[in-house]
Design a protein around this ligand. Structure first.
Ligand code: NAD
Length: 265
């Protein structure tokens, strides 16, 4: 039984990697997906098998429904347009996934430029704040259906829970996403809106390819992950579907690690 039948979901950064897998998984559960990104086609260097086809096209080819909006997740008007699109088409926004993000080349804080810091905080941190703000303004106006007014899933990182080597701005931004998620759960649980986050470990996506293809860094990522394999975008997508569905109806402020045991060790 499709867990999101008749629901509308919006995903930021949906053209590649995690966002793409999340959009496909939500659609496979019956949701109409508003895909959004700053580029319609998948990033080069991803591990998807069908990067020649855009996410919304794959969804339709699989029998689902989707549309695509060019939207920069770090711009308020663009994020609002994504939410508005869902509402115009379907009258409500059931699921908002704030996924878009970037990772700089490894460096310590001494070598990090202010520009790198500002850009990382903007795209990995403020974008989630904007996505939550627009989605919550809409969701609190919606009727309760199956126990909720809507569900938000933020994509944080293990870097929001522990320090990762040579990623100062990234960890600062992801830490902000983790605690913003908890804060919003405190403010909006009473209104029956679920706000939760997923913290993935090291995954095969275009974002990590430069590290995965550097032999000593690859060894380090594998060496610090207890599970014998690194993760895939689909592992994250399954967790997002869980948090977006009625299976997680009482989950609020949950920070779900999907990391092959990284933060357990
Ligand atoms: N790959 C990992 O190992 C890993 C681990 C933990 C968390 N994450 C998080 O998962 C999320 C997705 O990462 P990924 O690995 O799929 O990366 P990716 O680089 O493979 O894909 C990111 C997508 O986001 C889009 N994007 C970038 N900036 C954007 C913006 N301003 N507005 C809208 N879209 C934008 C890109 O165009 C791209 O399609 C990020 O938040 C990342 O921090 C990734």
């Amino acid at each position: 039984m499709a867990r999101l039948k008749g629901q509308t979901a919006a995903v930021t950064g949906s053209s590649s990697g995690n966002g793409r897998a999340i959009a496909l998984a939500l659609a496979a559960e019956g949701a109409h997906v508003v895909c959004s990104d700053i580029r319609k086609s998948a990033r080069e260097g991803g591990y998807e098998t069908n990067t020649g086809q855009d996410t919304d096209d794959v969804i339709r080819a699989n029998g689902g429904t989707a549309e695509y909006l060019d939207a920069d997740a770090s711009k308020a008007a663009d994020v609002q347009a994504v939410v508005d699109r869902a509402v115009q088409a379907f009258g409500r926004l059931d699921v908002m996934v704030n996924n878009a993000g970037i990772l700089n080349a490894p460096h310590n804080i001494v070598d990090e430029t202010e520009e790198e810091f500002d850009r990382t905080i903007l795209i990995n941190g403020k974008s989630v704040w904007l996505g939550c703000k627009s989605a919550l303004a809409q969701m609190r106006r919606q009727d309760v259906v199956d126990g909720t007014r809507g569900r938000i899933v933020n994509i944080a990182s293990i870097g929001g829970l522990v320090g990762l080597p040579l990623a100062p701005a990234y960890c600062a931004a992801k830490g902000a996403v983790v605690n913003l998620t908890r804060q919003l759960a405190v403010d909006f649980s009473a209104e029956r809106i679920n706000v939760n986050a997923v913290c993935p470990g090291f995954l095969h996506t275009a974002m990590l390819r430069p590290l995965l293809e550097t032999p000593e860094l690859n060894l380090a990522l594998r060496g610090t992950t207890p599970w014998p394999d690194l993760g895939h975008a689909e592992d994250v997508a399954k967790a997002v579907v869980f948090l977006a569905s009625g299976d997680a109806s009482w989950a609020s402020g949950t920070i779900l690690t999907i990391d092959g045991g990284y933060t357990a060790s």
